[in-house]
Design a protein around this ligand. Sequence first.
Ligand code: FES
Length: 212
Amino acid sequence: MSVTDPQPPAPDAARTDAAREALHDRIAADSLTTRRDYLRIVATVSGGLAVGGVAVASGILQRHGDPDGLPAIKKIADRIEPGESLAFRYPGDEDRAIAVRMDDGTLAGYSAVCTHLACAVLWRRDRGSEGELYCPCHEGVFDARTGEVTAGPPPRGLPKVILIEQVDGSVWAIGTARSGESLQEGYCRQRGEGSPLCTRLEGGATERSEGA
Ligand code: FES
């Protein structure tokens, strides 16, 4: 053999080329898998967002606490003292609600389901002059006296639970009002314009009554 003839690859060089090709194939296969997984994740997240968007758009979250039928009249406490809050269920057994009594004696009831993404709303008495209703999921804050949004992403105020207080101090839930609806509007919509309390609820968050 002449020194100018092409030399066959050394056995080690051939093994190195084969290993490099095998590695290249494996990387290509991995990147395909990764791309497929990525597309699957994107599709799943997009699908979740779409379902969530449809749910919000169709008012599923907004309707929370707004029963189809007439809500029951339900005693929720023997008494709620100033500065106290009470978690309860209303109008349905699955509907989280909260009652708070502010230091000036005002009693207010709300759905405890955040209007953003339905996390539980909590009472923080030590915030501001009157306390606040707070959603820890995304720092949503609601005014304790009105239920309106004061900070964070919730798109609307909390639906209300209409509370009355009897002369013996017991507290009763007698209806609900939607976000942005007054107690009177909610009560009259549910119980009818002819109901005795329909006009008496005007402008008041609490009614002290001999009977609902
Ligand atoms: S779920 Fe309440 S602020 Fe997002």
